[in-house]
Design a protein. Structure first.
Length: 115
């Protein structure tokens, strides 16, 4: 059974960093598109970053220059390195995998940013 598992969330102060990890079980992430989304309270889910099958990356304007998405093929994971975190970055973060026409979501990991 395919599982997508996010980890790495937590409570940090504004300006600090966190690294989120998205791991997959029963599928391989090395050549597929993987995206990170977030859904702040009272808002719609929004795309944060995506790494395409060819490793091309794209970022939401709000996180450009602060967040980096990358693959870790040894761990079968896609990571999201977040730096200079802001209050408005606080949200549950979700990993989304598009695997040969099928879409999978993880359960999310909570990022909380305090002032």
């Amino acid at each position: 059974q395919v599982r997508i598992v996010e980890s790495g969330g937590g409570l940090v102060q504004a300006g600090e960093s966190l690294k989120l990890s998205c791991k997959a079980f029963e599928i391989t992430l090395s050549n597929v598109a993987v995206a990170w989304y977030r859904q702040p309270p009272g808002k719609e889910r929004e795309l944060v970053a995506i790494i395409n099958h060819d490793d091309e990356t794209h970022y939401a304007d709000s996180v450009k220059g602060r967040f980096t998405i990358s693959r870790d093929n040894t761990e079968n994971a896609v990571n999201l390195q977040m730096t200079s975190l802001k209050l408005e970055d606080a949200a549950p973060y979700y990993c989304n995998v598009l695997y040969f026409g099928l879409m999978y979501w993880g359960q999310g990991t909570q990022v909380t940013v305090s002032s």
